[in-house]
Design a protein. Structure first.
Length: 203
């Protein structure tokens, strides 16, 4: 019995190591891509990246929403470290907590649910894009809340717009292009990489 059980344990350990290593690589790729944002004529602020969130989406699809959320949470912490100056702008502990939660922890962790529709509609490419759109919109919502509750209190916008209008305009001006770019690249890459997205190489 022990001889039969050993390979199974070995396989499970190998899969865990593979998942950890692959996740570390994917997080590194996502982090590097986030370091090269670009602006656009219509953007009121923020930076548009070239699919910096796609590695998180792929992890969710390959390993499930639970692991995807954990990986996205770690990524959010890494982003917070890189943007620690934003937290330092807080004028109180409460404000700092709000920035940490809505600009980093919640905003990025939600991307881990990108596989929420996987296998539910019978059209994988549509499920992939729908997961991106929904989770990215929730991320947009997190930044919107932070903009209204925190940033407009600390620094009212120079245009004099009402806080809710400015926050949605500011955050949507870079998040909507991010959604479009990521959805397009994910949809185009799904065809040749379907087995990888589906995690069939892990079986």
């Amino acid at each position: 019995m022990s001889n039969q059980a050993t390979p199974s344990v070995s396989v499970r350990q190998h899969r865990k190591v593979h998942r950890m290593v692959e996740s570390a690589v994917m997080l590194a790729i996502a982090l590097v891509l986030s370091l090269f944002p670009f602006s656009s004529p219509w953007a009121l602020g923020g930076g548009i990246t070239v699919c910096s969130m796609l590695p998180l989406v792929i992890l969710s699809w390959r390993y499930g929403c639970l692991w995807g959320t954990f990986a996205a949470f770690v990524y959010g912490l890494l982003q917070m470290i890189l943007g620690i100056q934003n937290v330092q702008y807080a004028d109180s502990v409460g404000t700092a907590v709000l920035i940490i939660l809505f600009d980093y922890v919640f905003a990025f962790s939600v991307i881990g649910f990108a596989a929420l529709f996987k296998g539910r509609l019978g059209r994988p490419r549509l499920e992939l894009v729908l997961g991106i759109v929904v989770t990215f919109l929730v991320r947009l919502g997190c930044h919107y809340v932070s903009g209204v509750v925190v940033w407009e209190v600390l620094w009212p916008n120079e245009l004099g717009w009402a806080a809710p209008i400015w926050s949605i305009a500011y955050n949507a001006s870079y998040m909507i292009p991010e959604i479009i770019i990521t959805s397009l690249v994910a949809s185009l890459s799904y065809g040749p990489l379907a087995r990888y997205y589906q995690g069939q190489d892990l079986m």
